[in-house]
Design a protein around this ligand. Structure first.
Ligand code: FES
Length: 129
């Protein structure tokens, strides 16, 4: 993949044209994650029907890698079951983006954690642990 600067083109595309940015009205669950390394924050809201993530949005106050990984994780898990979504690791998100610079791998952890947090919130609202 062509590399311009520290980020490849796919990362830059998701950074410049993020998919599923924003927040859902009346979400089934909403979760946030903060990055202890840099203080950046990501919020993910999901709408779940029959255990499937029917819609998902993100808001990220963070670096380019955080925005690109947010965008990519929403694409990866949309229309997936909850179990399938929980199997998506931060590494899988980074790989789907064609890789991140090593110093930026910690940014991808936000995407995994915010998604898990949103699913946890959905479970809590259902009265499940
Ligand atoms: S530097 Fe904070 S998430 Fe990337």
């Amino acid at each position: 993949m062509r590399q311009t600067g520290p980020y490849n083109e796919k990362v830059m595309d998701h950074f410049r044209n993020p998919r599923n940015a924003g927040e859902l009205e009346n979400p089934s669950g909403i979760g946030t994650a903060g990055n202890p390394v840099c203080g950046d924050i990501m919020e993910i809201s999901i709408r779940i029907e029959d255990e499937v993530i029917k819609d998902i949005r993100f808001r990220t106050f963070g670096c380019g890698a955080a925005i690109a990984t947010s965008s990519m994780v929403t694409e990866l898990v949309k229309n997936k079951t909850i179990d399938e979504a929980l199997a998506v690791s931060n590494r899988a998100v980074a790989e789907a983006l064609g890789g991140l610079p090593p110093v930026k791998m910690h940014c991808s952890v936000l995407a995994e954690e915010a998604l898990r947090s949103a699913i946890d919130d959905f479970r809590r609202r259902q009265g499940k642990p």
